[in-house]
Design a protein around this ligand. Structure first.
Ligand SMILES: Cc1ncc(COP(=O)(O)O)c(C=O)c1O
Length: 462
């Protein structure tokens, strides 16, 4: 039984500590990242003792939480410019808290009618945004599962017998080399093998070259190979650049090929009137994935798989399990997911929408994209910085001088000044900035450029 007074006290401590943590992070006065080695950190947090003996109280919990927060990575920090995890907004955090307390796991309606209904309505809204009036969907724990689910739906269309008989060996998936690794991983999980991945021709920025798409009728892919689907990026993880969805979609229509759009990162630009054009043609897709825990400011994880024809997602899975599947499944979404138990993913998305509105979230996307563009402008004015393309989203790749770029990143993380990522672009390692935090401004960008120049320039002593 919960001790309600103890719960209220601990919850109060949580709010106090989180408020102080977010406030300090937003101001940018603390280190953005710490990487204390696990053994040392376990000792500092008293993990061994707490795991084995328990005994935490509201007071010791407050101490623990303070250290725990301080030893993590501060996504709310202006200098957080790294992975594509959202800087969560507090309404979504409230949803996580509610879920933690009530645990109405999704996928089976009877386990939480209110939570399930929220998921249905959020999906309806996402389908409307994508332009799938007759569509269907489901929320999953992340984009990788969403891609796997969409590819399963594509396989069910091309090879409906695969679920029962196993996978035919003539199926291929067309994708640019820049496709997120979860796509080739899905191919391997689906039993097609990575050899089924056919790399599409691209331009020199890695975007699918529509004019050079293969001629299927001429057997250009090799005799007896059937295309299971074509995957386009909106946008590509590495570069943040969008493929030409309309051109590719028209090619897919003309060739009867399932068109999958990986909009995990970039589909949120649908909410920004200024950036909506980047997704022109998305409505031609057969399936789309869209992560809320990237640009819609929810904590991990909340992603959507959306299909143009609702029946397609129901065809993805077939299952017998007498304890769950019998008769009419009513409002259950369990037939559409890899997961059996799911968290209340819809509530996180809903709460942000309910608080900020579609407009507020669109504004968030637009300003992050604009800040990344600003970074590009500022960096290209400085000698030594190379920027291979003008950014379309909030992801920018660049190099500074001839220094080891990965070492520059390591140095900034070790100092706790900036948190960036790095990636290969055309075979060469680049630094990579992803503007996620609403607190990153021009001052942050200038400080980053100064810092890179400073640490890359050997001092007189060295
Ligand atoms: C384009 C794209 N697709 C899929 C994924 C995988 O999403 P998740 O990390 O939610 O599994 C990512 C993650 O960065 C991505 O950028």
């Amino acid at each position: 039984m919960w001790d309600i007074a103890e719960f209220a006290e601990a919850a109060g401590a949580t709010v106090d500590e989180l408020a102080a943590y977010v406030e300090e992070s937003q101001r940018g006065t603390a280190r953005v990242i710490r990487r204390t080695p696990p053994r040392e950190l376990a000792e500092k947090l008293g993990l061994g003792e707490l795991i084995r003996k328990g005994g935490m109280t509201p007071e010791t919990y407050r101490e623990f939480l303070r250290t725990f927060l301080d030893e993590g990575t501060r996504l709310h920090h202006p200098a957080y410019l790294a992975h594509q995890s959202a800087v969560p907004d507090f309404p979504a955090a409230l949803a996580d808290f509610i879920h933690g307390a009530i645990n109405n796991p999704m996928a089976v309606y009877e386990m939480g009618a209110a939570s399930a209904t929220v998921e249905f309505e959020v999906l309806r809204w996402m389908l409307e945004k994508v332009g799938f009036p007759e569509g269907g969907g489901v929320l999953t724990h992340g984009g990788s599962l969403a891609n796997l689910t969409a590819l399963l739906a594509a396989r069910a269309r091309v090879a409906p017998e695969a679920w029962e008989d196993g996978v035919p060996d003539d199926l291929v998936i067309l994708a640019p080399p820049s496709a997120h690794y979860s796509v080739s991983r899905a191919a391997a999980i689906l039993g097609l093998g990575r050899r089924a991945m056919v790399a599409l021709p691209t331009d020199d920025l890695g975007r699918i070259d529509v004019a050079r798409l293969p001629s299927i009728s001429d057997g250009e892919l090799g005799a007896g190979r059937r295309v299971m689907c074509l995957v386009a990026g909106a946008c590509a993880t590495g570069t943040g650049l969008y493929d030409d969805l309309r051109g590719i979609g028209e090619w897919c229509r003309a060739n009867g090929v399932w068109f999958h759009v990986d909009g995990a990162h970039g589909a949120s630009a649908l909410l920004s009137p200024e950036h909506r054009h980047l997704l022109d043609g998305i409505e031609l897709a057969d399936s789309v994935i869209w992560d809320a825990h990237k640009m819609l400011r929810t904590s991990a994880l909340a992603a959507a798989v959306l299909v143009r024809r609702e029946a397609d997602i129901d065809a993805a899975f077939q299952q017998d399990a007498s304890y769950l599947f019998y008769g009419d499944q009513g409002f259950d979404l369990i037939g559409r997911t890899v997961e059996c138990t799911k968290a209340e993913l819809g509530l996180k998305i809903f709460m942000n929408l309910a608080w900020r509105g579609e407009h507020g979230l669109g504004e968030h996307v637009a300003t992050r994209y604009a800040t990344a563009h600003r970074f590009w402008q500022l960096a290209r004015q400085r000698p030594g910085f190379e920027l291979p393309y003008e950014p379309e989203s909030n992801i920018v790749c660049f190099r500074y001088g001839q220094a080891d770029q990965a070492a520059l990143r390591e140095r900034m993380m070790a100092d706790g000044t900036f948190h960036l990522t790095s990636t290969e672009f055309n075979g060469v390692r680049h630094l990579r900035v992803t503007v996620m935090s609403p607190n990153t401004d021009d001052d942050t960008l200038v400080a980053l450029l100064d810092e890179i120049e400073r640490i890359a320039t050997p001092t007189a002593q060295s």
